[in-house]
Design a protein around this ligand. Structure first.
Ligand code: GLU
Length: 278
C-alpha cells in the first residue's frame, strides 16, 4: 500500500516535470523561423465573435481558422499554436518586438502600417460601418455621424477614418477594444459603434444582443485584412502561398460559412493576393 502511494506520488512528479518541459520557456527561440520549431505564436483578437474570440471552450472565428490553416502549412499543428491577444493599438509593436510570429486580427493593410510591418494577403475585404440601437432613425449616412456620439478603438483605421475624412465633427470616444463600446451603446452613452461590418455583424448576432442592435449598411471604406509579419520576414511569401491554397482547396469558403453564417454577414469574395482595394 505504502509502495503504491510512493509510486503514485512519483508518477505525479514525473508528469509534472514532463508538463513543465512541454511548456518550457525555450519556445521563444523559434520566433521568425517557420517549420520544425516547437510552437508558433500568433496574435488574434480575443473579443470579436466570428473573427477572433477566446471562450472557455477555446479560440474561434474566421481569423483563428485562417491562422490555423496557415500555421499548418508552415509545419505547426493546432496544438503547437500559442494564441496571444493583439489589441488594435498593440499590433505593430508586438510584431516589431517579436512577441508574435504573425498577426491575424482584423488587421487592415494600410500605407502607414506598411512602413512599420509587412503584410501577407489580403485574405478578406470588409467595410467600415456603424452599429446602432435597433430603434435608431438618426444615422442613415456617413454625414449623419457628424452629429453623433461615436465609439471606436484606439489604433484602428475605424477611429482614424472618422477623424480624417468620414465625420471629423463627430464626438468620438476611443476604447482599447470594441466590446468595451457595446455597453455604452446599450445604455445610450453613445449613439453608434463604428468599425468593420465583419466585426459588427458578429456582435449584433450575439444571443445577449438579439434584437437590440442593427448595422447601418453604410460601406464607408474598404478594409483589406492582411496577416502582419515583422518587416523583412520571409514568412510573408510562405503565408501568401498558404492563403492561396486555402482559397483553392475550398477551406476559405468553409471557414467563411462556419464563422460568418451565424451572423448572416454577407462577405465579399476571396481577394487575390496583393490586390489591395483603396
Ligand atoms: N480593420 C480595422 C483595423 O485594422 C478595424 C478593426 C480593428 O481595429 O482590428 O484597424
Amino acid at each position: 500500500m505504502k509502495l503504491r502511494k510512493v509510486t503514485a506520488a512519483s508518477a505525479v512528479l514525473l508528469s509534472l516535470s514532463v508538463a513543465a518541459t512541454a511548456c518550457g520557456g525555450d519556445k521563444k527561440d523559434d520566433k521568425g523561423s517557420s517549420g520544425g520549431g516547437n510552437t508558433i505564436t500568433i496574435g488574434i483578437k480575443f473579443d470579436q465573435p466570428g473573427i477572433g474570440q477566446k471562450t472557455p471552450q477555446g479560440y474561434s472565428g474566421f481569423d483563428v481558422d485562417v491562422a490555423t490553416y496557415v500555421a499548418k502549412k508552415l509545419g505547426y499543428s493546432s496544438d503547437q499554436i500559442e494564441w496571444k491577444e493583439s489589441k488594435s493599438a498593440d499590433r505593430e509593436t508586438m510584431l516589431k518586438r517579436g512577441d508574435v510570429d504573425f498577426i491575424a486580427a482584423s488587421y487592415s493593410i494600410t500605407p502607414e502600417r506598411q512602413k512599420l510591418v509587412d503584410f501577407a494577403g489580403p485574405y478578406l475585404l470588409a467595410h467600415q460601418d456603424v452599429l446602432v440601437r435597433a430603434d435608431d432613425k438618426s444615422i442613415k449616412s456617413a454625414a449623419d455621424l457628424n452629429k453623433a456620439r461615436l465609439c471606436s478603438v484606439t489604433g484602428s483605421t475605424s477611429a482614424q477614418n472618422i477623424k480624417d475624412t468620414l465625420a471629423p465633427k463627430a464626438q468620438l470616444q476611443k476604447y482599447p477594444t470594441y466590446s468595451a463600446c457595446l455597453t455604452g451603446l446599450q445604455n445610450k452613452a453613445i449613439d453608434a459603434l463604428t468599425t468593420d461590418d465583419s466585426i459588427l455583424a458578429g456582435y449584433a448576432s450575439q444571443a445577449q444582443f438579439k434584437g437590440k442592435f442593427k448595422l447601418g449598411g453604410l460601406k464607408m471604406t474598404n478594409e483589406n485584412y492582411g496577416i502582419g509579419v515583422k518587416k523583412g520576414s520571409d514568412l510573408k511569401a510562405k503565408i501568401n502561398k498558404a492563403l492561396e491554397s486555402m482559397v483553392s482547396d475550398g477551406s476559405w469558403d468553409a471557414a467563411v460559412k462556419k464563422n460568418f453564417g451565424p451572423a448572416n454577414y454577407k462577405n465579399e469574395p476571396a481577394p487575390k493576393i496583393g490586390d489591395i482595394k483603396s
